[in-house]
Structures are given as C-alpha cells and as structure tokens.
Write a protein that binds this ligand. Sequence first.
Ligand code: ADP
Ligand code: MG
Length: 293
Amino acid sequence: ATPTALLVGTGRGAQRGILIKGPEVLESTRRVDTVVLDKTGTVTTGTMALVDVHTADGVDVSDALRLAGAVEHASEHPIARAIARGAEEKVGSLPPVREFAAVEGLGVHGIVDGHAVVAGREALLERWSLPLPAALAEVKADAERQGRTAVAVGWDGEARAVLVVADTVKPTSAEAVRRLRELGLHPVLLTGDNEAVARSVAADVGIDEVIAEVLPKDKVDVVRRLQEQGRVVAMVGDGVNDAAALAQADLGLSMGTGTDVAIEAGDLTLVRGDLTAAADAIRLSRRTLRTIK
Ligand code: ADP
Ligand code: MG
C-alpha cells in the first residue's frame, strides 16, 4: 500500500465529512459483512418530544407532569430532556429533585416535593413493585405499536401515569440502509428500547433483524456474539452507551453529532451525523483500497 494513495483516500473522505483514524482502518471496511445500527440518535434523530400524557383515574395531568418533569430535569437522556421540556411548557417551572439517581437503560428516580418518584421502563417500576394498572398498560402498548416510547411514572407507591415521547426516523436513514445492503452488508438494529418500538423503526427503514431491550453494558456482548458467529461487524453509534461496542466492532463508525466518548471509541467519524455517510465511508474506503492494490 502506498501511503500517498491512502492519504488521497482519507483526504477525499474528509471532504465528505468522514474522518478516518488511520490508514489501517481502510482494510477492515473490505471485510465487514454485517452492520449493527444503534437506534436512538443514529437511525433516529434522537430529538424526542413529549406528545401525550395519560394518567390513572383521579390523577391530575399537571401533577404527573410536575413530578415526572422534575426528576427527568436532572437527567441528560434525550427522553428525559423531552419530558422536562414538555412539562415546563405546560406547568411552568419545576420543583427541585433530591436523591436523584439514573438507572442505566431503565430510567430515573428521586424525591420531589416529598414524593418518591420513579420514571422509566415498566421493568424499572416493577423493581419498585409498582405494576402498571391495566388501563395504563393498554395506553403504553398502543403508543409502542405506533413506534413511540412510553415512559411509566409512579409515585407514592403506585404507577400513576404514562408519558408518551416520540422520536423521528432521520429522513436519510432508509436510503442509507438500502445503500449499506447494496454494499453487501446485512443490517441489524440494536437498541435498549423495547421490541415494539424497535420493530416499528426497523420497518420504517427496511431492517429485518432487530436486537432490542439490550442494556447499555450488554451492547458490546451483542457485537461479540455476532463475531463469534463468524460475522465481521461494523457498528454505527452515537452514545456513551455505544462506546464499548464501537471499540469491539471490527469497524466502529461514530456519529459526529454524538458524544465525545463514542467519537473516541470509533475508527471513523461521520461528521454529518447522517447514516448515508456510513455507506459513503465504506464505499470510499473500499475504492481507495482497490486503487492501491
Ligand atoms: P438506546 O439504546 O435506544 O440508545 P438507552 O439504552 O439509553 O436507549 O435507554 C433504553 C430505554 O430505557 C429507553 O428507551 C427508555 O425506555 C428507558 N430510559 C432510559 N433512560 C430514561 C430516562 N431518563 N427516563 C425515562 N426512560 C428512560
Ligand atoms: Mg444511542
């Protein structure tokens, strides 16, 4: 391999907003046959908005918003930001939270106005022995069928509300998946979110294989398992959650719009934060390799 040709390749990449860590990265682009795509922030915009609030009988919508908004205000998660923003718009400034804690991949809890509040996945509320009443479980299932994320909220010993948050698929994601397939890559959608939301997003962009409800620390194991099956894996991600998986992958592609930790863990950075750049990066790298052979 002549270093000049490699530099031309990487220089052309830079023009298209693709930053390559080093020339050795090009080689792995030739072998990859599977591309694991993180859902939130990678396939979707990751900018969520609060779209609906449902409460149990006798529970005030504004109470649910105030309490959930207050705990979520302390979290940086995109879902949390959507809830805090939505709550502030509707009920004004939020009370402070004490003893705040985030449970990775599950949700948050804390004390607001003397109430122990928990917000997140149903599994988190179940840990607190707060099962969702049937009516709220139905609302949650409905929201998820529409590809939305339902956040269960409980306080004072009961699950009392479901807040519906929606993310949107990036307009270029379907095109990107089509192009990744054309390059011979089998796409897999990987997410901590639930199966129904994941399936709905996957269907929107043309992905058949979905691995959902994966805790952040387990994403790396998913990549490893695929590798053990003999697949050569490219991983595209944006979050702190994705860093270990990006490092484990044969080729790690980080969204330039994502967190610094993810960017550092990747071999390639997609400055635009657009998934079509992943296809560009692989095509360009392979072409560069051909010219230097
Ligand atoms: P992803 O893998 O899609 O990037 P995460 O692993 O960060 O998502 O989170 C997985 C799921 O955990 C979310 O879809 C949500 O249901 C729940 N969750 C995580 N953090 C929060 C939070 N702060 N508030 C409510 N729900 C949360
Ligand atoms: Mg993510």
